[in-house]
Write a protein that binds this ligand. Sequence first.
Ligand code: C5P
Length: 226
Amino acid sequence: MSASDSAVSDVPVITVDGPGGSGKGTITTRLANHLGWHFLDSGALYRLTALAVMKNQVPLEDENSLGEVAANLDIRFDTSGSDVISWLDGENVSDSLRFEETGVLASKIAVIAVVRSALTERQRRFRQPPGLVADGRDMGTVIFPDAKLKIFLTASAQIRAERRYKQLKEKGESVNLARLFREIQARDLRDQSRSVAPLRPAEDAVIIDSTGLSIDEVFNKIVSLI
Ligand code: C5P
């Protein structure tokens, strides 16, 4: 191990994994602000890869080209107040990044091993002093197995569909709750049953079910664990 490796592994990491709609994004951002630490939204990397795949019209069967797209992503994140602006090839893609179809395509390419390995180093580079809060599916199991605190945040599929419905409605997207519920279940199944880095709690993770809890209650629970 080099001197710089040991310096990086000294930087503390808190991982927050779990299915979409469990409140991870909100909690992770709040936690990072509270601690003054960096923040990694790993789902955004899979979503940006999905947008690049759409843009380059790469067929899903062509795994090598998908891996190349992931390895050569030209992306940047800017923070403006509480908003994060995401850039792909110099274009602001913050809106299309959050479209439901982008998330669905992201979960389809996330099952491909070459895509995951192409994004691994990029995610680890977010580990910078004074610390990192990382949000995803495999942060505690694969990307930062040595994290100091690992949270697995979950909630029932019904409540997650309702939260997502509200979010999309507020953004003016036309949505159907029953369809969202089915998509969430299909996405959960894909994330949990893939052979590489499936969605599951790390053995040393603290599992929090946010179904009956407010964001404040979940936040306070995690702060009490730090
Ligand atoms: O969290 P978000 O909904 O933005 O993630 C989009 C998709 O990217 C997820 O459904 C999941 O399939 C994939 N993903 C992943 N590993 C991560 C983060 C996201 O496989 N660490």
